[in-house]
Design a protein around this ligand. Structure first.
Ligand code: GLN
Length: 193
């Protein structure tokens, strides 16, 4: 069977690490710098970084309409951290540039200033019994979810991982761990889609 091509939006942020994890999970990681390159991929990862910066660049280069169109046609998307914010329908405090695809409301930088970055063991039954080390870097959390959104993990009562159909989001950064289970999970989602 041919390997799946999983794109990583390469406007800013943790791109290389995602590509490495995709390769570790047995798919082909493709860095996406131009909208026309989206036609080469089976699914897309929107990485962490600064959601305002990535959002502005997405709008500037015409990625937003292209991504929305491909999503409508069935493309799965996984957003980490800033990527989660960019997929949300609503961002508390406002964020002009989002794709607005997922029925969630998120709060940016929600874990507070003192705790800008931290690690925490997360229970994620959907990916297996052993805890997953969540690396949070000025992370958002999900405050409200629509009825079709499935909560996959919480930390201190706050939703930090969720799925809605072919959309997957994590507030933390699995690409910065050696643990490929979330990338495996996404690739399974892509195979089923
Ligand atoms: N705080 C960033 C934002 O609001 C997200 C940080 C991250 O992606 N690690 O966009």
């Amino acid at each position: 069977m041919n390997k799946l091509n999983i794109g990583v939006l390469s406007l800013q942020g943790a791109v290389r690490e995602h590509i490495q994890m995709i390769e570790n999970s047995g798919a082909h990681g493709v860095s996406i710098k131009k909208p026309h390159e989206l036609s080469k991929i089976d699914a897309l990862i929107i990485p962490g970084g600064e959601s305002t910066v990535i959002g502005k660049l997405m709008a500037k280069y015409g990625f937003d309409d292209a991504i929305k169109e491909l999503y409508k046609d069935g493309m799965p998307i996984y957003g980490t951290c800033a990527g989660l914010i960019l997929l949300a329908q609503k961002v508390v405090g406002g964020n002009k540039y989002t794709l607005g695809l997922m029925n969630i409301e998120v709060r940016r930088n929600a874990f507070g200033r003192q705790k800008e970055s931290f690690e925490a063991d997360l229970e994620i039954p959907g990916i297996g019994k052993n805890p997953f080390t969540g690396i949070f870097i000025r992370a958002p959390w999900i405050e409200l979810i629509g009825k079709d959104v499935h909560v996959m993990a919480k930390f201190k009562g706050k939703i930090v991982m969720a799925q809605e159909g072919r959309l997957l989001v994590t507030a933390f950064h699995p690409e910065l761990t050696g643990d490929k289970r979330i990338h495996d999970y996404f690739i399974e989602m892509v195979k089923k889609s």
